[in-house]
Write a protein that binds this ligand. Structure first.
Ligand code: SF4
Ligand code: SF4
Length: 229
């Protein structure tokens, strides 16, 4: 059988996505796609080991089964790293607990529109100097089991409010615009995160836990309080 080109891999992702029914298979597909995107769009610079997107307001939402895998992984980290994660989490919760609760409530649609406008403006400035509690010594301490959202950031697009947007940081988005201008095209072939999210919810939920999805500081805080970590 002829090997598919990178463009063919990107154009056929929906067919591949149909066959995904576990986190492991999702991880494999995402790795295949990000590898093809790297080849097709060399302007994307995530491969340089940048971790800026672990900082600020773009903290990922993590589904419960992804979190269960991360929780087990944390338990097997060396004690010094476990302690550092705990201290960082508790410090963040003390400084910014209200903002994390706000984000959690937005995820669970427990917020009025007025509150949303009032608080949304605060989130990016309040979290500017905070980074994910799992970001330790300049790298992700749970890299092997990091959430799918962390794997696709910088590579995928998404549709919000009927507009297609690049799921990435400002710097990579600008580089992508420059690349398209230089190549005199406005066509770009990137998978839509929305399709992946719809697929994810078919295998990442677990009714036995308090939440089906939330941000990492909240998962950690509740695990410390309940003794799961
Ligand atoms: S998306 Fe941007 S901030 Fe994140 S790793 Fe890639 S280059 Fe860095
Ligand atoms: S889980 Fe890892 S990759 Fe994801 S935001 Fe946290 S430190 Fe960054």
């Amino acid at each position: 059988m002829l090997e598919k080109t990178n463009f063919e891999i990107l154009n056929n992702y929906l067919l591949d996505l149909q066959r995904v029914d576990s986190l492991e298979k999702m991880q494999e597909l995402v790795a295949k796609l990000t590898n093809s995107i790297d080849q097709v769009y060399p302007c994307i610079t995530c491969k340089t080991g940048c971790y800026t997107c672990c900082t600020g307001s773009s903290m990922p939402n993590v589904y419960v089964k992804e979190w269960q895998r991360i929780r087990e992984y944390i338990k097997n980290l060396d004690l010094e790293t476990q302690k550092a994660i705990k201290e960082k989490t508790l410090g963040m919760i003390e400084r910014k607990g209200d903002i994390f609760n706000f984000i959690h409530n937005v995820i669970h649609q427990k917020i009025t529109e007025t509150d949303l406008t009032e608080f949304a403006n605060k989130v990016s400035s309040e979290l500017k100097c905070e980074s994910c509690p799992l970001h330790q010594n300049g790298k992700c301490s749970v890299y092997e089991v990091r959430p799918i959202k962390c794997r696709v950031f910088g590579y995928f697009s998404f549709v919000f409010d009927n507009k297609v947007q690049f799921l990435s940081c400002e710097s990579d988005t600008n580089k992508m615009h420059e690349y398209l201008t230089k190549n005199k095209t406005n066509q770009i072939v990137l998978p839509y995160w929305n399709s992946f999210e719809r697929k994810m919810v078919t295998f990442v939920l677990d009714e036995h836990e308090n939440h089906q999805m939330t941000i990492i500081p909240i998962w950690l805080k509740e695990d410390y309080e309940s003794g799961k970590l």
